[in-house]
Design a protein around this ligand. Structure first.
Ligand code: GDP
Length: 301
């Protein structure tokens, strides 16, 4: 958990410092206080809608429970963030009993998609699974080589696509390889182009179709990689991807470099998606399963 907490330190320092400043002038939960609390939430990148929702709850409960100290208000805020996150039901990640489980990685260039593919491969491998990766991001120059190098380092197989090759055909190769080699898990990196929505949608549709044809019922998961430092932009990117394919979860990268960890709650509230993992550095070990309680203690505790 320590790595987790230090990765969240930027958000924690910024968030707790601001709450402390608020505590100093605290005279009760009045409109001035709520306005200032709203600013603190916005600066942590919760976004207007999510921040407003929480402020309303804090106001309501502070009144009802007669909260007179900042400590009580902090506790209410903590609980309301927890409640907000837990108020959604998530489809479980179910591994395929009859063949490889396929995880599809989507996200814009630069979000950390390729690095995260490697981190996941490493994590599943350390979990004792037989893992392979498919490098189907034939669009970004260097992405295929980058994943190949990671795969070599981690010690997993990599099926790679030639530059500008059709990603779906690379994924077919990958799926066949995974079946032949009895791999438990195939993680497929895909191209991150968002410029052309119709194109993205068609490509992802085709990818889904070919995977399902090779390995019925797959992919088991489509994980969208979002760079935490891009703030609310990440939310609009996510909406584009959700319009193009059935995204089942988010992996939030570069949380170590961001004071905007509140984006977790915006992702949840605005998109309903669970945050599956967080990226806390550039190393292959710098990925952690996300857990809302650890996260909230990390930024507020
Ligand atoms: P892609 O274009 O989405 O495949 O992005 P890459 O995987 O190439 O990552 C872009 C840059 O972000 C690289 O320099 C990565 O090392 C870096 N990166 C990825 N994830 C993280 C993270 O969790 N923390 C930090 N600090 N850097 C990251």
């Amino acid at each position: 958990a320590n790595r987790y907490l230090s990765g969240l330190s930027k958000t924690k320092v910024s968030f707790t410092q601001k709450l402390k400043n608020l505590a100093r002038g605290f005279k009760g939960v009045d409109s001035d206080f709520l306005e200032e609390l709203m600013i603190v939430l916005l600066e942590a990148d919760l976004g207007i809608d999510t921040a407003e929702k929480l402020i309303k709850q804090v106001e309501k409960r502070s009144d009802k429970e007669k909260a007179t100290t900042m400590k009580e208000v902090n506790d209410i805020l903590f609980e309301e963030m927890q409640t907000l996150y837990n108020s959604f039901e998530d489809a479980p990640f179910i591994e395929n009993a009859d063949g490889p489980t396929v995880i599809l990685m989507v996200g814009v260039n630069g979000s950390g998609k390729t690095t995260t593919t490697a981190k996941l491969a490493n994590m599943f491998k350390e979990d004792g699974k037989s893992v392979m990766v498919t490098a189907a991001d034939t669009f970004r120059a260097g992405a295929v080589d980058q994943l190949k190098r990671w795969a070599d380092r981690i010690g997993v197989d990599c099926v790679e696509g030639r530059a500008q090759a059709d990603p779906a055909s690379v994924i077919v190769d990958g799926a066949r390889f995974a079946k032949e080699h009895n791999n438990d898990i195939m993680i497929a990196d895909t191209a991150g182009r968002l410029q052309n929505k119709v194109n993205l949608m068609n490509e992802l549709k085709k990818i889904h179709k070919v995977i399902d044809k090779e390995i019925p019922g797959q992919p088991a998961a489509v994980w969208l990689v979002i760079d935490a430092t891009t703030g609310q932009n990440g939310i609009s990117q996510a909406k584009e991807f959700m319009g193009a394919t059935n995204v089942t979860g988010v992996i939030l990268t570069k949380l170590d470099g961001s004071a905007k960890g509140g984006i977790v709650l915006a992702i949840r509230n605005m998109l309903g998606l669970p945050v599956k993992y967080v990226g806390l550095g550039e190393g292959v070990d710098d990925l952690r399963p996300f857990d809302i309680d650890t996260f909230l203690y990390g930024i507020m505790g």
